[in-house]
Write a protein that binds this ligand. Sequence first.
Ligand code: BGC
Length: 704
Amino acid sequence: MAKVKMVAGEWGSLATDTQLTKEQIETKARGLLGQMSLDEKIHQMSGDTPLLSGGYEMMYTYNARPIPAGENLRLGIPGIRFSDGPRGVVMGNSTCFPVSMARGASWDVDLEERIGDAIGVEARSQGANFYGGVCINLLRHPAWGRAQETYGEDPHHLGEMGAALVRGVQRHIMACAKHYALNSMENARFKVDVRVKEGALREIYLPHFKRCVDVGVASIMSAYNKVNGQWCGHHTHLLREVLKGEWGFEGFVVSDFMWGVRDTKSAALGGLDIEMPFTRFYGKKLKRLVERGEVPEAVIDEAVLRILRQKIRFAQVGEPGRYDPSAVVSPAHQALAREAAQKSIVLLKNEASEKGGKPLLPIDRSSVRRIAFIGKLAPTPNIGDHGSSQVRPPYVITPLEAFRSYASDLSIDYDNGGKMDSAVEIARQADLVVAVVGYTHVEEGEYIPRVLFWPAKGGDRASLRLAEEDEKLIINLAGANPNLVVVMMGGSAIVTEAWREQAPAILMAWYPGMEGGKALVDVLLGEVNPSGKLPCAFPKSEDQLPFFDRDAVSIEYGYYHGYRLMDKKGYAPAFPFGFGLSYTTYEYSNLSLEREEIGLDGKLQVGVDITNRGQVAGEEIAQLYVGYPHAEVERPVKELKGFARVSIQPGETRRVEFNLLAQRLAYYDESEGWTVEPGDYKVYAGPSSDPQVLLGTGFRIRAS
Ligand code: BGC
């Protein structure tokens, strides 16, 4: 590829040792704008990569180096230098963390912020100043091919996790939250028109973006799809009115790559600041429109000021001693990847294989000497999609390899399950069987349509079940050996009805990253007590989910999906949102409120005791939900409004306190805007969204 000339140094003429105030940043940005010709201004607004040679390179080695946009050599202003994610840094051979859906299952905002910090350091050490890997689209339906790139189905949870990643990354470089908005279908992403009413848009599909804006995210990436008839990259309502207007977003909007802009004038007027990664619709075409008066120069100035402000802001950010090639995949980052995998594995089921016996897990080393690993995925480095989020770590520890190296006192047999008879025979001879089954990048991932000779790849799942041969394998293994542990891999919910009853122990490992195999050994052997909880409900069948058609040209997104839909319809899922077991048991008690009534702007402290009733220490994820039984408008039965991960010793009781703001309970009224309804509310606290396990009480919001 023709090399793009880049300004020397990380921040060129913007580098500074002193901290500038907001006013000083403004003055500096306006000063630079004043020195720019119209060409230079417009040059800030699109990618510098040459279309043909650059496009070719991207097809082969996507994001091998930062993707620049808006390098100004004359004034020494560097471009944004883009690196993708979210599993880590796509450039080079970087640390591969578990996918975001797995990290969502950790419900650990502190951990997510530390992952953000590691990503920021690794990206900057490889020349990037912009991280395009904060994916916070809401998982409406688990068939979405890119489900693994986001954190789950709930806006509050998504917002907290996304904001944590932003905080961590932005200690070092700019972060970009994507894909704004309602991008949760893959195959149809370039054509689908998502129809949504303003209430569902504001309450369900946007709050997590607002949360990232509130913590100062530098950039937002617009989505490919249409919303209510308009492309997201041109969307005046989403970009200008809501994001830049109501929310007061001070950063800049970049387009999703290649097909994120369809028309020069609509994009510029709609509020899209940078076209990525090439200059197709901006550049000369935009200049012509300005000269003809069809796009006011003020629109250009506004976009360029937004870009310059963030560049100046981030030229002062960082911890200079930390950026070095040796920081990439450092021992500390490897340990972090392992911690993340340990905390994200969800124990879904853990029963005894015979009546009156002990639960199968953790593996009892006094009776289990011989383990049979079955399934193609046991020795496969299965770390997720091969689309734009693919990270290429220097190594991946697979489950089989990890057992062989870290549990070398056990005798390990392996069969790939391809021939049923041999798999069953090996299972029969073992003390315990571990079947590793599930999805890979072949069955789910980013959808890349066919281009010339490159075949199409990835896409939305065709089914939510395991492959037929995997289901048969599990059933036959269970028949051969009752001590069966099923480990599932995948980017979102899996339907397990066909075999669930027959497997006494089930774990969801997601795509657990480069240290995933080791984390799995830690959990199976009980060196780590599992603590992950589902960030999306696992349904019994697709009938418990909203309508989904992966080829839809138009689709209606409503108020209900995931646990909100289960609650409304009274469905019992296979495994509820927020559910996960551990090797100990927790008891919730003493749910109490600081007071019974608050005002419209009031705050309420909610407390609950959690006691560890088992023999081992553990970490529990406590959840707080609010219900609106007497609402005058349509509202979900309950919604997540808080969560906390707490570590509790055996026999210990910890009190968890949550702060509830009345304003956070508002609904969106099309004429009145955000409205807090006075009246009676319910509060629930407990270990998952399952109504059976939640403690409940009530409070009132006064009209004044
Ligand atoms: C994806 C984005 C990604 C961009 C750059 C697009 O196809 O939707 O998530 O950041 O490509 O590769």
